[in-house]
Design a protein around this ligand. Structure first.
Ligand code: FAD
Ligand code: UDP
Length: 369
């Protein structure tokens, strides 16, 4: 590309949630934006497809939840949310356990009925952990005891992250609530739901009227694209931006296997986790239940965790100590880049949920625009 005229105020690399929020806000402030996206659709990992009249979360189950009123008001301006509450079930060797870990789980696992009884069992089991938990295994046992750890956490986590629970950071398991009430809501947040019509409604509104080029990889002509705009917001992987010159950051990838079934209701709930190690997938999503669908057919997706190799989709950053410290070095390089902003799950190497991603994008807009 040999175009030296700066036609845009901002080049935005990536049409995921982060890039789309920034593009929307910048455009509102009168800035001219160009969004480039290497996939053949907008929306990044929240993109949905319609199959048999069912909204299918193409890149895995996405449930919106937040306690941030600013973020909740922001997304409600863009679409209407339904009243879906995520209450997944964990399957271990044919037995079904409610998640997250709550009185329903404890009652079935330990044959008890009161919070006091559950606390007693867990206190006995967690006694083996002395001091501050140093890894995910110790953290999990200290939260819910060895039995729940063995049946519902160990196998799932080792499949998901491809390594031993002793080699994973404690914070990953602290994402999940542990409750001594009969409450199967997977999240503690104040607000929760699924956008009516799926997440594309949000992304399409955000990018309405903004020039987007699909099937366009920034790295096919990095300098040429940068020359098009005064500034750039980059939401791809930060290590790729610097041509991996300090080494590769670790990511986990996923493979999705989607199938349409000629039955109305396959598993009775949107998400069933498969907690034993021997089953290669971590969960099955039955998409219609996100929208209380009554269609005659159903669409399910099996989610298989996978090692990440260059060229695969990097779905999860692996925020262990080693990777975080490498990221800090990349973040320093990023700071020194004139006119280039880094954002999103990949650009900031953070295990952001959608609400945190929007919050971070709005914070950047506050500083930048
Ligand atoms: P992305 O969605 O990854 O967007 C980045 C975009 O940049 C992509 O479209 C990519 O193709 C594009 N891109 C990258 N490199 C280039 C390049 N070189 N040139 C051009 N384009 C490029 N959050 C929740 O709140 N609730 C959930 O239930 C939930 N479930 C999840 C389940 C799974 C399986 C995964 C992986 C994530 C889940 N999340 C969930 C997190 C959510 O997906 C993210 O918070 C959000 O999508 C991040 O948006 P983003 O814009 O930062 O990144
Ligand atoms: N986890 C588990 N068993 C489950 C569900 C989750 O051990 O049935 C662990 C697993 O390590 C996972 C972490 O808890 O990575 C966080 O779960 P969450 O559902 O938040 O993961 P995500 O939605 O990001 O895939």
């Amino acid at each position: 590309m040999t175009n030296n005229v700066k036609k845009y105020d901002y080049l935005i690399v990536g049409s995921g949630l982060f890039g789309a929020v920034f593009a929307h806000e910048a455009t509102k402030k009168g800035k001219k934006c160009l969004v480039i996206e290497k996939r053949d659709h907008i929306g990044g990992n929240i993109y949905c497809e319609n199959i048999e009249g069912i909204t299918v979360h193409k890149y895995g189950a996405h449930i919106f939840h937040t306690s941030n009123k600013r973020v909740w008001d922001y997304v409600n301006e863009l679409c209407e949310f339904n009243n879906f509450i995520n209450s997944p079930v964990g399957k271990y060797k044919g037995e079904m356990y409610n998640l997250p870990f709550n009185m329903n789980t404890f009652s079935k696992m330990f044959g008890i009925s009161t919070p006091e009884e559950a606390q007693k069992v867990i206190a006995e089991q967690r006694a083996e952990i002395k001091g501050e938990p140093q890894n995910l295994e110790e953290q999990a046992i200290s939260l819910v005891g060895r039995e729940i750890y063995t049946k519902l956490i160990k196998g799932y986590t080792e499949k998901q992250w491809g390594r031993d629970c002793k080699d994973l950071p404690p914070f990953i398991i602290k994402r999940l609530p542990v409750r001594y009430t009969y409450d199967n809501n997977y999240f503690n947040d104040r607000y929760q739901g699924i956008p009516e019509g799926g997440y594309n409604v949000i992304i399409e509104k955000l990018l309405d009227g903004i020039e987007v080029r699909l099937n366009t990889d920034f790295f096919s002509d990095k300098e040429g694209f940068l020359a098009l705009a005064d500034k750039c917001l980059y939401t791809g992987t930060v290590d790729a931006f610097f041509d991996y010159k300090l080494g590769h950051l670790g990511y986990r990838s996923l493979n999705f296997e989607t199938e349409t079934l000629d039955c109305e209701n396959y598993q009775g709930v949107a998400v069933v986790n498969y907690n034993e190690r021997e089953i290669p997938f971590t969960r099955i999503i039955e998409h219609k239940h996100f929208e209380f669908g009554k269609q005659p057919k159903t669409v399910i997706t099996r989610e298989y965790p996978a090692d990440w190799h260059e060229g695969d989709e990097p779905y999860y950053p692996i925020n262990d100590e080693q990777n975080n410290s490498l990221y800090e070095q990349y973040a320093q390089l990023a700071k020194e880049q004139d006119g280039i902003l880094f954002g999103g799950r990949l650009g900031m190497y953070k295990y952001y949920d959608m609400d945190k991603c929007i919050e971070a994008a709005l914070n950047l807009c506050d500083e930048e625009l």
